[in-house]
Design a protein around this ligand. Structure first.
Ligand code: NAD
Ligand code: UDP
Length: 316
């Protein structure tokens, strides 16, 4: 019998790539989504596969289904979207984790949590190692997401200790790739879309803050490696350790698109972390994982994706 995977947030950016990868392994996929930031278009090409099922459901409500493995990815990831309804973001993170852990406990499934580098907040340790406890503002504009994800991690480990639930926790650093929304609001999609439209590139602050960008295929390989790995709960960092300033990213996107766009400097959002770079020694040691797709190569694919999408939008 093929493994049955439940993927919450399966119609989202990362979730849809995960659905695809699991189907390619010959497994069954139950994709669950409330379509807040996910789209049917992301999984349209999977609908005809007899091993794929789609369920419209909100993870704040309990659900009973048979599954061997649960990937808990439901939660808007872009600051623009998770700050739109912060109370709902907290509910999604906390009640979603409770519901998926309860389900895993009842059906004996292995359950993986999509945690985030945001648990480190504005880090005082650089690069970020899993043993670092973080520097998070509990009452700022990002706290609905950061603290929601921190509670979810606590719940995962408490269910593991108290109820012996088979957990996996991955801390994902900025990931990009095809199927990000045009209006996603995150930096790579914003810059690429702005450059392709020859509109101003909106740099927040001076652009001296750094991020480390992981291409989605590398990330999915790491997630599957973690899910397949026995006897290792994590938390484990998954991200690309190559670190860039936002200004460098803007220059690279302009160069690669041959855009006429000019840089436009806007105020830095409150509590915007100054630096981000994963230490991936643990993932390397335990999973033999490291990213293989450099930023330039990943950007080539994302630029092609948005170019096609913008052309399609213009044509309709
Ligand atoms: P995304 O917004 O594209 O995907 C999130 C999906 O969850 C969407 O399909 C959305 O409709 C769905 N969703 C949201 N709330 C829901 C709810 N209450 N019930 C059911 N479905 C719900 O974002 P993404 O980038 O694909 O992120 C996926 C997961 O990975 C998120 O949990 C996010 O926190 C985590 N993550 C992503 C990144 C990144 O850089 N992309 C970094 C760290 C962590
Ligand atoms: N950013 C920017 N211009 C944009 C969007 C984002 O300068 O149009 C900056 C943002 O302030 C942050 C970085 O890029 O410092 C990454 O932002 P993103 O929203 O992609 O992710 P996160 O802040 O959650 O890492």
């Amino acid at each position: 019998m093929p493994t049955v995977n439940l993927i919450t947030g399966g119609a989202g950016f990362i979730g849809s790539h995960l659905c695809e990868a699991l189907l390619n392994r010959g497994e069954e996929v139950l994709c669950l989504d409330n379509f807040f930031t996910g789209r049917k278009a992301n999984i349209q090409h999977l609908l005809d596969n007899h091993r794929f099922e789609l369920v419209r459901h909100d993870v704040v409500n309990p659900i009973v289904v048979e599954a061997d493995r649960i990937f808990n990815f439901a939660c808007p990831a872009s600051p623009v979207h998770y700050q739109h309804n912060p109370v709902k973001t907290i509910k999604t993170n906390v009640m979603g984790a409770l519901n998926m852990l309860g389900l895993a406990k009842n059906v004996g499934a292995r359950v993986l949590q999509a945690s985030t580098s945001e648990v480190y907040g504005d880090p005082t340790v650089h690069p970020q190692v899993e043993s670092y406890w973080g520097n998070v503002n509990p009452i700022g504009p990002r706290s609905c997401y950061d603290e929601g994800k921190r509670v979810a991690e606590a719940l995962f480990f408490d269910y593991h200790t108290q109820n012996n639930v088979d957990i996996r926790v991955v801390r994902i650093f900025n990931t990009y790739g095809p199927r990000m929304l045009i209006n996603d609001g995150r930096v790579i999609s914003n810059f690429v879309v702005q450059a392709l439209r020859n509109e101003p590139i909106t740099i927040y602050g001076e652009g001296e803050q750094t991020r480390s960008f992981c291409y989605v295929d590398d990330l999915v390989r790491g997630i599957l490696g973690m899910m397949d790995c026995d006897g290792f709960t994590g938390p484990v960092n998954l991200g690309n350790p190559a670190e860039f300033t936002i200004r460098q990213l803007a220059d690279l996107v302009i160069e690669m698109t041959g855009s006429q766009s000019k840089l436009e400097f806007n105020p830095l959002p409150e509590n915007d972390p100054a630096r981000r770079r994963p230490d991936i020694s643990l993932a390397n040691e335990r999973l033999g994982w490291e990213p293989t797709i450099p930023l330039r190569e990943g950007l080539t694919r994302v630029i092609a994706y948005f170019e096609a999408l913008l052309q399609q939008n213009n044509a309709t």
